[in-house]
Design a protein. Structure first.
Lengths: 100, 555
């Protein structure tokens, strides 16, 4: 129930107390324990997220290193292969001209 | 007739082949109107004098000065400076090498109003291979306070070097940083040549390869930056950080001007770390409970649909510090909401803050306020982390795309080597409006956010308008928030918004002065264009793979 909906009527206030009691349970200590457990669970989840995030972050860095290696490899291969093709054509031409 | 450029080199017991290579690299310059002034600082190796004498005999442009005894690099460099007769002086270490085009390219970049020129550089490994190019930003004064990103190759007008008093005693090890700070304070213009013109030899005794041996150099660096701050009127303490050669300038914020925190919200809830939260309430609570900066006003621009209990919770938390502004438009428009919020703010400083955030560093707002104490800094942005601690925002980069720098990297990563952009406060082309501080007067001057951009790129447009007016925008790693991005709203990319920004700022989003044209387009991680990367300097570089293995082993 929203706060604005509570008026000063004792019956309404008692009903609200009953509603809250229902939410909390018969022992207020159990509510405190539950809250404690919730915070502990949150901290555990946060720690697990942080660990996963740390690994994700390092993977992101490794991806950059991998991309660097791949693009350099591709560039290098293009350069070498085009040089080989060029050389092969020239040799072929020279051989053909001698044969003819 | 005096030469155009005097190359200054102090010599003390280098390896013979390294010195010879250094000398050869000057003689081989395409540009010929130079002199090479070498000061032998009392070398103990007998062949040094012979090599220098032979070089001087072979080329009249090579001049050698002998010091009777070793006086240290500062004294020797000042002797070289005294002997120089060129209009420009350029600094070259005794074991480093220049590209043949170096002097010509530096001079080409120097306009009439330019007093200082610097280039990119790389490392020259022991095996002779070039590695780890430093592709630098254009002149970035906040960054220069945080690290000497300029280092080599540096050329300055002789008249300016004289005016600032040359090299200062007492700064050995950081004498270059001290000099470049003093030069740039006085320079009419600073030019950057985005080419690797200098090869910095990685030798065992050098800072480049063994920073542990040169802790004293970083202590001198702290003094150099602290002196610089005093000269330019920044009231600050300077500290060396955990990252070698990176400094933190902690500005003293003596007064706390009112900061209006402008938060747009619709009162959404969601789960973070397994627990439900009402985003705006928890964002506000984190500031109230943790921020060391307390003079805050909260302008909450809330949609009509915002649940009443959320507004009541804010009212209970904030009392008379709450300025609640109802936003009753049927469709979401971030720009309009923020502009309305700014209208209702009474502070001279606006902290633009998304509701799905949580403060991490308690001094964050003070850090941002301190940065805005510089008159020409109009906006300052923070480091934002996703809930798993990875980086969400480290500043914008506009390099053929509009990107956040290194998003997804570890939140504590210094960023790509060798420049480590995430470890230092530095100028950026833009910062996100999810958590940034802006001067109210500048916000009004540029007309606030563009309401034609309701969802995306509105902060890009704001930042580019600000820079267009000549202001600087600074990002700092010392102010930080979690940003549970898009937990409150699903991201929708609209082509028309990109078209808008591309039409208005086509040149700017393809020429980021704080990135480098040698870096691959559409990337935000300093990946070099193919085969410009070289090999990593394997002797020193903290390796991501190694760190990952170490981490897994430690579990």
């Amino acid at each position: 129930m929203a706060e604005s909906e509570i008026d000063d009527d004792p019956a309404a206030l008692r009903a609200e107390i009953d509603r809250l009691r229902e939410l909390v349970g018969p022992s207020e200590q159990s509510y405190a324990d539950l809250r404690h457990e919730l915070l502990a669970a949150r901290d555990a989840a946060r720690g697990a997220e942080a660990t996963a995030g740390s690994l994700r972050g390092q993977m992101a860095e490794l991806h950059v290193a991998l991309d660097r290696a791949l693009q350099d490899q591709e560039h290098f291969q293009k350069t070498v292969f085009s040089a080989i093709r060029f050389g092969r054509r020239r040799v072929g031409r020279a051989v053909r001209s001698r044969l003819l | 007739m005096a030469p155009r450029i005097s190359v200054l080199t102090t010599v003390f017991d280098p390896e013979r082949e390294h010195l010879e290579a250094c000398l050869r690299s000057v003689v081989d310059q395409d540009f010929t109107d130079w002199e090479h002034v070498l000061v032998d600082d009392g070398s103990t190796k007998p062949w040094v004098a012979d090599v220098l004498a032979a070089a001087a005999a072979a080329d009249p442009r090579v001049r050698v000065i002998d010091r009777a005894e070793n006086g240290g690099i500062v004294a020797a460099a000042n002797d070289a400076l005294d002997a120089a007769s060129g209009e420009w002086v350029a600094l070259l270490d005794h074991d480093d090498e220049l590209e043949p085009t170096a002097l010509a390219a530096m001079l080409d970049a120097a306009g009439d109003d330019t007093d200082v020129v610097y280039s990119d550089h790389d490392l020259l490994r022991a095996d002779g291979r070039y590695a780890s190019p430093s592709y630098k930003p254009d002149f970035s004064p906040e960054r220069l306070r945080s690290q000497n990103y300029i280092t080599h190759f540096l050329m300055a007008r002789r008249s300016l070097v004289d005016e600032v008093g040359g090299f200062r005693p007492g700064f050995d090890g950081a004498q270059d940083h001290d000099l470049v700070l003093r030069l740039t304070e006085q320079a009419r213009g600073v030019a950057h040549v985005p080419q690797v013109l200098y090869h910095w030899r990685q030798s065992p005794a050098s800072v480049t390869s063994d920073s542990a041996n040169k802790r004293w150099a970083f202590e001198a660096g702290v003094r150099a930056v602290a002196d610089h701050c005093r000269r330019v009127g920044i009231d600050a303490t300077v500290e060396h950080t955990e990252h070698d050669g990176c400094y933190r300038v902690i500005r003293h914020v003596t007064e706390q001007p009112l900061v209006s925190v402008v938060i747009p919200t619709r009162g959404s809830s969601g789960r973070v770390w397994g627990v439900s939260r009402v985003f705006v309430v928890d964002a506000v609570r984190s500031l109230l409970e943790h921020s060391t900066y307390t003079n805050l006003e909260f302008v909450i621009v809330h949609d009509t649909v915002t649940p009443e209990p959320v507004m009541q919770a804010l009212d209970r938390l904030l009392g008379d510090r709450l300025v609640a502004v109802e936003y009753d438009r049927p469709t979401f428009n971030f720009s309009e909401k923020m502009n309305i919020g700014a209208l209702h703010a009474s502070g001279d400083l606006l902290l633009l803050l998304n509701d799905d955030t949580e403060l991490i560093e308690p001094d964050s707002i003070g850090e941002l306020v301190g940065l805005l104490a510089d008159d020409d800094v109009a906006m300052a942005g923070a480091k934002l982390l996703f809930d798993d601690g990875t980086l969400q925002h480290g500043g914008h980069v506009y390099h053929h795309d509009l990107m956040h720098i290194c998003d997804g990297w570890s939140g504590d990563s210094p960023g790509p080597w060798p420049l480590r952009p995430l470890a230092v406060a530095r100028e950026c082309s833009g910062v996100t409006a999810a958590a940034s501080l802006i001067r109210r007067s500048v916000f009004d001057e540029v007309g606030g956010f563009p309401e034609a951009l309701p969802l995306n790129y509105n902060d890009v447009d704001l930042c580019l308008k600000i820079r267009d007016r000549g202001y600087r925008i600074v990002w700092t790693p010392w102010a930080s928030w979690y940003h549970f991005e898009s937990r409150t709203r699903h991201s929708v990319l609209r082509p028309e918004e990109y078209q808008f920004i591309n039409q208005r700022w086509h040149t700017e989003i393809n020429n980021d002065p704080y990135y480098n044209l040698n870096l691959a387009p559409n990337r935000n991680d300093w990946l070099e264009r193919p085969l410009r990367s070289g090999a990593p300097p394997i002797e020193t570089r903290p390796n991501a793979a190694r760190r990952l293995v170490d981490r897994l082993r430690s579990r």
